[in-house]
Design a protein around this ligand. Sequence first.
Ligand SMILES: [Zn+2]
Length: 366
Amino acid sequence: MGHENDNNNDSTAVNNGTSWSQQLSLHVLKSCLSELQKELRSRKDLLIPTFVGAFAFGSTLATSTLIQQRLLRMSTGTRPRFIPSSVGILSVSAASLASHYGAIYSYGATTSKKETKFVDQFKNYKNIVATSIEPTLDRRHSLRVVFVGLIVFKLMAGRFWAVAPSSFTSLGSFTRASLPARSNSYASSAQRAAIERIGSLSGCHTCGSRMMFSIGKKVSFHADHMPPNAVVKQMNENWFRKKTGMVVKQRFYPQCANCSGIQGGILASASNELKKFKSTNSFAKLSSKKPNLWRSGGGKLAHFHGIRFRVCHLTGAVIAGLTVYDATPKEIEGGNKSRFSYIEETIHSMCDRAQIFCTNQFSSDR
Ligand SMILES: [Zn+2]
């Protein structure tokens, strides 16, 4: 009997020990989950506006690319270059504003805090228009947001002209590194290997594809002559180049097989048109337009790349983060003007210091 009691006590001790450890583990797990839940709940207010800001930025640029292709008939090959650059600056400006105000409104829509006056205003139909227009009317603040957006876009290696759709007969929107090409001769094996490496890093210069699904194949990227040989031939026939003896220099850029095929088709068709034009009589030449091979791969035939992600698209997330992160609901509602004002002042003082430094360097050199 005594032995039985001892055994019962031991088993109870073991059972109690197990239940304590289980209880302790459960308690730790519960508190961890509760902390995580709190953290996620607190971040939810920031994550959604940041995501909305990033999405608003990307979709505004995609809309711009589409409008440039379908309505304006523009591409990266549109000359003079300042035209796609200017449209790109306007697009990034609009995208920055879309990110900023998208972040504000999504914060107002998702936050559940009663003290957020914005939510109450948002629910009130009559105030929606007034609430939406009021911050937009603050031109100085909007200009600050645009200013910060343009700087962040450039810091993320964005290029304004590259918002335009990619021309198949000019440099594409994803152009990065290249190699010098000797006239119209094909790339050497060493150049092809180098182009392959450049292509795997920066992708096809026209569509941005990195050919992720062609691993194992010997050659994924073609060494694309830019400008293409047929285009260069027409450009060198220009009277000014003939007089001055100036010839167009070409370089090799990585291009995927698909884009290379499309480029070949466009140039073959445009070259045929050019041949036909040349064979017509002088009277017919006066009434019809001479086909321009440089422009043939642009306009509606250009490649739309609006849905391809680029690092510079994160500008929207940065703008949205600057708007909502570590700010009170009241500050967010007002567009976080003090923060954007502070950024502007900091950039101004940095420019002033850089100017003083350059002036001092220049005067000491003299
Ligand atoms: Zn491509």
